[in-house]
Design a protein around this ligand. Structure first.
Ligand SMILES: Nc1nc2c(c(=O)[nH]1)N[C@H]1C(S)=C(S)[C@@H](COP(=O)(O)OP(=O)(O)OC[C@H]3O[C@@H](n4cnc5c(=O)[nH]c(N)nc54)[C@H](O)[C@@H]3O)O[C@H]1N2
Ligand SMILES: Nc1nc2c(c(=O)[nH]1)N[C@H]1C(S)=C(S)[C@@H](COP(=O)(O)OP(=O)(O)OC[C@H]3O[C@@H](n4cnc5c(=O)[nH]c(N)nc54)[C@H](O)[C@@H]3O)O[C@H]1N2
Ligand SMILES: [Mo]
Length: 744
């Protein structure tokens, strides 16, 4: 193994026996869905059945802790409704529940024939390759798309409103992705001699205890609080962490940019910023200060619903802290002008000198390579230029390469600039979850010539659109490598069981890739492919399995040491070599170079005329423990904890509309409506309701697509991205509510 990597000595071997059970150490990273790679210990019985999953106490990230979905992973793996073999359906039966079991060879033959036919007739760009949220499958999908010749790898989420707005924004303005420093990069964690506990952490538009996103575990917040860290929460709801916070800013959904600019004005006016860091390492401070000066406390209080004195207190806490860190989340991306919102928020930590310092924000070099995909060089410049949306949204061709989703839907509808004929959907259920306005998405896709879906279960998307379905595997059924985004650590996913005729996503893509473009897929099996991917580490897949997790050493203050730029010069990887508070990149892309705020639309600030009919603000999609997006609805134990789709509402607001706890209601916005069960709770602001997302009823009729068009909250949300092409209003809209039987 490379000297370069550090590992943790394990007391327990990689594999051992306990009574009648075989025990294997590993890492859990989808399916079922999840954002992380928890250390797990998997138990299989004498028949090779996966019977128990526990947290690995020797894993420095999790120390044996595990969420309920992973503890219940055997129920998912062994579930009776799993897809067990490939299936096909006649083109004219699309939408009907008429499936025929086929062999893998037959499936590969059909898919290859159809894909090659479309490629020949309409060009490879006529097939889109879409995935869902970040899983360890991303690299293999990009390679499949790009080696097929299609530039149109994408996620069917309006404005790519999940992490990409923040990632793209961070890359454009600082040349790097930033993560909060919770000592996750050290095997010895908080005891590492260079580490310092942050004095204060802001939790902004995120609820880490339930969501554990992008390389960050919620329980680290608790670990750090036990070591003295204070919290500030920016969230419209009174969450449990908000009640443990020094300050809770109950921001109106979609107004985070105004809040950040208001705090910035206080920090600058009260001279609480880090002069030395700003002078040496930042570009455009005076322009930023000028912009912030427009955000007076009175104005910001009115926009955001946050009382002025709390804005001041939060600004002072950050400005006066020795070190501070930011754990932000998808609510920042889920507003149309997400890019400037993220820019404004991160600038607070930039001007206070919290970048690259212990207990501040640190650079995670791996993120971009994961987000950027694998195999881009195979695609070639001519096909690159055909990527949908890059003419209008040049940021989509920078660093990572995805086609712009809203433009992709439009292209499917209009055939401009070229016709789309096919779709490959892997790890995504866009009709139920990702897509805004799902009926529009359905209509855009339903007449495509050929659609393949790779999934674990039958979904509304499969029921509505698929011609061929391929059964994928859960993490216990396959091998894989997990270089989890946001952390310098590598682990392996280890196969312990088999179910039906399923294959792993990696195996499927390798086998199809070998048929379509053997030069781009030169491996005989997935383990060889993994070993090749691991080349920079000098470890083979088998070696890493034994010693994982392996840590890549990193240091602080890398900008001072020339470690953040490819040319080895001190500074940041931007045109000016500094953190660009005024962004050259945005300026060149025809965007405002400074952060700004725009009222969410529709909303009380932008469409006052609609507020009489739609008097409430609506946010959606706050995560809950037992389900991952549209998954887990058929998993009995998880469904038990959340049997129905909920709309959270303040008891006084509910009373005003004659709604009682447990009533079925319609939540209706200007674009459409969705059914929810009312949950009365005082954690809500009286002006706001919050709805779950991703709902469908697996127990329902497949030919009605499992009721998805009644239940999908995204019925109320349009496909409209921000000016950069990033961001969309998934978490800020308006609505009226009424009981289901009233049918107004
Ligand atoms: N209104 C509203 N809508 C939202 C959100 C919100 O907050 N509000 N959040 C959005 C966000 S941030 C995201 S990222 C999207 C997520 O959207 P998706 O990623 O599309 O949603 P999921 O339901 O997690 O996954 C889709 C499918 O992948 C399958 N799957 C799980 N694991 C695997 C695997 O390993 N292999 C294969 N082949 N399939 C697998 C599942 O069975 C499921 O059917 O949803 C978005 N939708
Ligand atoms: N259990 C579970 N875990 C998940 C997922 C899942 O579906 N289930 N999905 C995964 C995915 S893909 C993602 S992207 C992450 C997302 O995970 P998070 O980033 O934690 O996002 P959410 O849970 O959607 O919302 C977090 C908080 O934002 C608040 N909020 C709503 N609107 C706004 C707003 O406009 N501004 C601010 N400041 N706050 C607002 C909500 O009240 C909520 O408490 O979770 C991942 N982890
Ligand atoms: Mo996401």
């Amino acid at each position: 193994m490379s000297e370069q990597y550090r590992t943790v000595p394990h007391e327990l071997p990689f594999k051992y026996e306990e009574g009648d059970l075989q025990v294997t150490r590993g890492c859990a990273w989808t399916g079922p869905g999840c954002h992380l790679g928890c250390g797990v210990i998997m138990y299989t019985d004498q028949d090779g059945k996966f019977v128990k999953c526990e947290g690995d106490p020797e894993d420095p990230w999790t120390n044996g802790r595990l969420c309920m979905r992973c503890l219940d992973a055997p129920e998912v793996t062994n579930h009776k409704e799993r897809l067990l073999y490939p299936m096909k359906r006649a083109r004219e039966d699309r939408g009907k529940d008429k499936w025929e079991r086929i062999t893998w060879d037959e499936a590969y033959d059909i898919i290859t024939e159809q894909f090659m036919d479309m490629k020949e007739k309409y060009g490879p760009e006529s097939v889109i390759f879409a995935q869902g949220t970040g899983r360890d499958i991303a690299a293999y999908i990009t390679r499949l798309a790009w080696s097929f010749g299609s530039p149109n790898y994408t996620g069917l989420l309006s404005g790519q409103a999940c992490y990409l707005p923040r990632i793209a924004g961070m890359a454009a303005t600082t040349g790097a992705p930033w993560i909060p420093d919770a000592a996750q990069q050290f095997p010895e964690r908080y005891d590492h001699p260079d580490y310092e506990v942050p004095e204060v952490m802001f939790i902004w538009g995120n609820y880490p205890l339930k969501s554990n996103i992008e390389g960050f575990y919620g329980h680290w917040v608790i670990d750090l609080m036990k070591r003295g860290m204070k919290l500030v929460t920016v969230d419209p709801k009174v969450t449990w962490l908000a009640t443990k916070s020094e300050l809770h800013l109950r921001v109106r959904p979609g107004t985070d940019a105004a809040l950040a600019l208001g705090m910035m004005k206080v920090i600058i006016d009260e001279d609480l910023y880090d002069h030395e860091f700003v002078e040496k390492w930042c570009y455009g401070f005076d322009e930023l200060a000028q912009r912030a000066s427009e955000f007076t406390l009175e104005r910001v209080e009115e926009i955001t619903w946050v009382p002025a004195e709390k804005i001041v207190a939060a600004a002072r806490m950050l400005g006066k802290a020795n070190n501070s860190t930011l754990q932000w989340g998808v609510a920042v991306d889920m507003t149309r002008e997400a890019m400037p919102a993220g820019q404004a928020i991160l600038a607070l930590w930039e001007i206070t000198g919290n970048m690259e310092r212990p207990g501040g924000m640190i650079v995670a070099p791996e993120i971009l390579s994961v987000a950027g995909g694998w195999g881009r060089e195979i695609l070639g410049p001519e096909q690159e230029q055909k990527r949908i949306g890059i003419q209008d949204y040049p940021l989509y061709n920078f660093g990572f390469a995805v086609s712009q989703p809203d433009e992709t839907v439009k292209t499917m509808e209009t055939g401009v600039p070229y016709e789309i004929h096919g779709a490959w959907l892997q790890t995504t259920n866009p009709i139920a979850c990702m897509g805004a306005d799902p009926k529009r998405l359905y209509n855009a896709m339903k007449d495509l010539d050929f659609i393949v879906v790779v999934d674990l279960f039958k979904t509304p998307t499969i029921a509505a659109l698929a011609d061929v379905v391929l059964p994928a595997q859960t993490f216990a059924e396959r091998n894989g490598i997990a270089f989890v985004s946001g952390a310098q650590r590598g682990s392996t996913i280890n196969k312990v069981t088999s179910v039906g005729e399923t294959k792993s996503d990696m195996e499927i893509n390798l086998e199809l890739g070998r048929r379509w473009n053997p030069e781009a897929w030169p491996w005989d099996n997935v383990d060889d492919m993994f070993t090749d991917m691991l080349k920079p580490t000098n470890m083979s897949f088998e070696e890493l399995q034994e010693v994982a997790p392996a840590y890549q050493p990193i240091e602080y203050y890398r900008h001072e040491k020339g470690m953040l730029r490819p040319d080895g010069q001190p500074g940041f990887n931007t045109p000016t070599g500094r953190i660009e508070l005024w962004s050259n990149f945005y300026s060149r892309a025809g965007l405002d170079p400074l952060p700004y705020f725009e009222e969410p639309e529709p909303g009380p600030g932008s469409t006052p005329e609609l507020m009489e009919e739609y008097p409430l603000v609506m946010t959606s999609g706050a995560r809950f423990w037992g389900m991952f997006h549209s998954e887990h609805r058929q998993i009995e134990r998880m469904r038990h904890y959340r049997p129905w789709p909920l709309m959270e509402i303040h008891p006084e607001t509910a009373a005003k509309y004659g709604i009682k706890d447990g009533d079925w209601v319609w939540m209706e916005g200007p674009l459409g409506r969705a059914k929810r069960k009312a949950k009365l709770t005082p954690i809500m602001d009286r002006r706001l309701v919050s709805c779950d997302h991703g709902w469908w009823f697996p127990e329902g009729d497949p030919e009605k697509f499992y009721d998805v068009f009644d239940l999908n909250i995204n019925n109320t949300l349009p496909w409209i991205p921000g000016k950069s092409g990033f961001g969309s209003n998934y978490k800020s809209s308006i609505c009226k509510i009424y009981k289901v039987e009233e049918e107004k």
